[in-house]
Design a protein around this ligand. Structure first.
Ligand SMILES: Nc1ncnc2c1ncn2[C@@H]1O[C@H](COP(=O)(O)OP(=O)(O)OP(=O)(O)O)[C@@H](O)[C@H]1O
Length: 267
């Protein structure tokens, strides 16, 4: 075995529900989401334990972002339930922050004011501290327009962290970055997570990124959890590690295998 354990790959909803505990960070119970008659998520069950780093992968249109938006309280389920910290979710939770592919900074506010956006009281030193953590202490008083794409995403990360979230939701946050900036950001996210251990859910297309960062990889297919794998590779993880490559192949085979099967192939 390579330090990874296949777990609950075909877990029934009842098994998943039994695993759920009052202390779970996130519990999705029989979650269903329908848009204009089209079912995107169908009776999906998933539990995230506090402090876990979980990656959600799946083919384009499989419902990953929809899942994240439901957990964020930005969408309401058609049926089923989202529970955060043991309580049913009603709207947006102050303990949850979200980071998207685009930084969504306000161009008329300086960098530090973007980080502190919406905060009350004495937030400035906290915002400056988070900018320092993402390596942008010296850019606090600049306008977003003069920053590179990677720097804007760092500001977005600082803004997500300034509220000390219990739950950080990352929706393809590195998807628009060049390869090197992406590697830098992966390291930054990993370092910050190791320091604070906020529960993290990362939606990504990138299986390598998922394996590098997450301790658990969840594949969404046909509106439900099709695979749920624990990743016990030691950090920092490198693609040069044969065990990394083996896990990557296993995950990709699983994704591609079911695609071939659907197309009538022989995978
Ligand atoms: N607000 C909406 N109204 C109607 N349909 C929607 C809405 N949001 C999502 N959908 C549909 O739900 C499906 C899943 O979309 P979603 O964005 O969750 O997929 P995804 O797995 O994140 O895709 P990608 O990897 O391409 O970003 C798609 O068919 C999409 O068109």
């Amino acid at each position: 075995m390579t330090g990874t354990t296949a777990k609950a790959a075909t877990a029934l909803p009842t098994e998943q529900a039994n695993r759920a505990s009052a202390g779970a960070a996130v519990e999705l119970r029989s979650l269903t989401k329908t848009f204009e008659g089209k079912t995107v998520l169908h009776r999906l069950d998933l539990t995230l334990e506090p402090g876990q780093f979980v990656a959600v992968i799946g083919r384009s249109g499989s419902g990953k972002s929809t899942l994240l938006r439901l957990i964020a309280g930005l969408e309401r389920p058609t049926d089923g339930e989202v529970r955060i910290g043991g309580r049913p979710l009603r709207g947006v939770s102050p303990e949850t922050t979200v980071m998207f592919q685009d930084a969504r900074l306000l161009p008329w506010k300086r960098v530090v004011d973007n980080v502190g956006l919406g905060l009350q009281g004495d937030w400035r030193s906290r915002a400056e501290d988070r900018l320092r953590q993402v390596g942008l202490a010296d850019r606090a008083s600049e306008w977003p327009a003069v920053l590179s794409g990677g720097q804007k995403q760092r500001v977005a990360l600082a803004r997500a962290l300034v509220r000390d979230p219990r739950l950080l939701l990352l929706d393809e946050p590195l998807g628009a970055l060049d390869a090197l900036t992406r590697l830098d950001m992966q390291q930054l996210i990993e370092r910050l997570w190791l320091g604070r251990r906020f529960t993290t859910l990362l939606v990504t297309h990138d299986v390598t990124e998922a394996i590098k960062l997450a301790d658990r990889i969840v594949l969404i297919e046909d509106g439900a959890v099709a695979m749920d794998i624990e990743n016990r590779l030691r950090r920092p993880r490198t693609t040069a590690d044969p065990a990394f490559a083996e896990l990557e192949r296993k995950v990709l085979d699983r994704i591609m295998g079911s695609a071939y099967a659907k197309e009538g192939g022989h995978a």
